[in-house]
Design a protein around this ligand. Sequence first.
Ligand SMILES: Nc1nc2c(ncn2[C@@H]2O[C@H](COP(=O)(O)OP(=O)(O)OP(=O)(O)O)[C@@H](O)[C@H]2O)c(=O)[nH]1
Ligand SMILES: [Mg+2]
Ligand SMILES: [Zn+2]
Length: 370
Amino acid sequence: MIFMRYSDFEEDFHSKDRKQGRKDRKLAQLGDRSKFKKTDLTAKVAEILDPHLKRGRVIAITGEGSWVDCEGVTYLCSLRGQLKKEVMRIKNLLAVGDFVRFDPAGEGEGTIIQIEERYSVLARTDITGRKEQLIATNIDQVIIIASFVNPPLKPALIDRYLIAAEKGNLHPILIINKVDLLSDASQEEQARFREFLSVYELLGFPILSLSTKTGAGIEALHSLLVGKTSVFSGQSGVGKSSLLNSCFGLQLKTGPMDQKTAKGTHTTTTARLIPLPGGGYCVDTPGIRSFGVWSLQKEDVLAHFTDIAAFATDCRYKDCAHRKEPDCAVQKALEEGNLSQLRYESYSSLLDEATGGIDNRTKRKQEPET
Ligand SMILES: Nc1nc2c(ncn2[C@@H]2O[C@H](COP(=O)(O)OP(=O)(O)OP(=O)(O)O)[C@@H](O)[C@H]2O)c(=O)[nH]1
Ligand SMILES: [Mg+2]
Ligand SMILES: [Zn+2]
């Protein structure tokens, strides 16, 4: 497995502030040892006693183990037994983007002793619905990619990512790829697209319409990525790898669409941290089938749908869920065309998930695509 060097860019990426922030946090932690879990303490002691420990960053996790970059050299690492025992509510203890301390052993191999505190996390609910699954960590921004018609836009999926970004301390950017298909689309599809753009723009989310076929918007995306660490997320076939190739002249594998289903064919199979020419990193991820927000609370949903909350002040009941309650101002806004139907559908689906109103686990198994 060959990875590009990324350590050359490390100095550019870690702004002084962030470095200082980490230092300050570490100093504060040293002052308060009670904050350390047992393993952290053991690792700290091991680090002081053992000058052979190295610091690196997880660039991929495969069946063989965790691939850790340290000063341009890639080590295939396993997790120390003590760390593994900490797996409880979490599916994967380690994720792409993690900074780790590891004990190098043999030729290009090592054992991870400690995982550093993360400043941001993109996480989802795993397929069983019972555990948190980390997608990437220590990332600045999540590039939420959807495509125009092929596969079709799914506002509820976008809202799921937006909430996950809020919860994980990530800046979201929305991308609609494949706008070259707009000219051949039906009136209905075009209207839906325009409605989508106007709703999300009005809410203040940064949103770009792009095409790797015509090159539209590629420069704008390039400038948003350089110098930052981003994670590319979205369904299979929306063009995540194609966009990275167009922006940076990379050679990531891209795959055909399934003509019958208008879905991608799951070409990217492993999340990888890729160094970007000009500075910064990007994590290209495999397309997801469904995205459940981990530990989604009703309050998270209400806080995210600010447009719905604005109407809600006029509902008869303070705790109105805006479903079938009498004198519901949200329903009224919907009927009068003052609230977008796609927005309301997205709200309903997320509220169901948060309150357990319908069994989403079962639903997800039957209908894999969110
Ligand atoms: N029409 C059109 N097709 C595009 C565009 N960008 C990518 N594609 C096509 O969409 C298909 C899927 O692209 P990929 O880049 O492999 O998609 P992906 O999101 O990385 O998919 P996974 O790796 O499976 O998650 C390929 O056939 C691309 O040629 C675009 O702007 N317009
Ligand atoms: Mg891909
Ligand atoms: Zn209401």
